[in-house]
Design a protein around this ligand. Sequence first.
Ligand code: SIN
Length: 283
Amino acid sequence: MVKVIPVDAPIGAEIRGVDLSKPLDDDTFAAIENAFNDHAVIWFRNQTITPAQQVTFSERFGEIEVNAFNKFALPDDPKVLIVSNIKQDGKDIGYADAGSHWHTDMSYTATPPRMTMLYAIEVPVENGTPLGDTVFASATAAYDSLPDETKAKIEGLKATHRFAAKERGVKKPVALTPEQIAKNPDVDHPVARTHPITGRKALYVRTGECIGIPGMPDAEALPLIDELSDRIIRPEFLYRHRWRVGDVLLWDNAAVQHWAPRDYEWPQRRRMHRTTVNGSVPF
Ligand code: SIN
């Protein structure tokens, strides 16, 4: 039987009683999906799954996005991306720098992903302490905490998101070439988006990813983006996941932002398999 154990934070719950290597009946999946919608970050411990089983489970949430960094996709299963700092013959076997800045996945696209899933295969450990945690922030709790006048001020506003993968997290957006912009055109999304299933509002801006607010001078827009971004990552809105080998963890990109601090160095080894499920146009 599915057991949902929330942590003491606005987001995050461990799910027990599920073996993800086995087919899931509809009631079991419904319980998992409800927990996902309610808690925004959920995880299962002690799992042993193949890439095909990860794909099958991911596809219960929707169609899988085939990642743009697909040189790190598994050769036999391009729907699964390797996130890893491991080097073989001097070359990265996976995407080594995924998530090393606060962000929500692919907000620079017109339909950012609904869900991202990581399966932990190798976790770095130093003196018995796991490294390479992932930190999640509740953009929903951050929105709820806003003063009424700020909620009124941002109502109906959109922010412009720009693809700037290499430099995200810096204070000023990078200048892209015309070719890069043509391939990844800027996209406007609501500053506060409404969750398509729960109906709850969440802040959907991030310094370094959002380059402005249409109709608002930059002198006003950029400090507002900074202020909202800072609010999202206040300590009271965070859940920090300490990984164990065998964890399968899922997050809801319409409700959380995340960051993976790089507190480990090769030859310490971290290896995850990632799948990403398509979402819809934010509103
Ligand atoms: C990511 O942002 O997709 C990766 C996060 C992590 O490696 O913990």
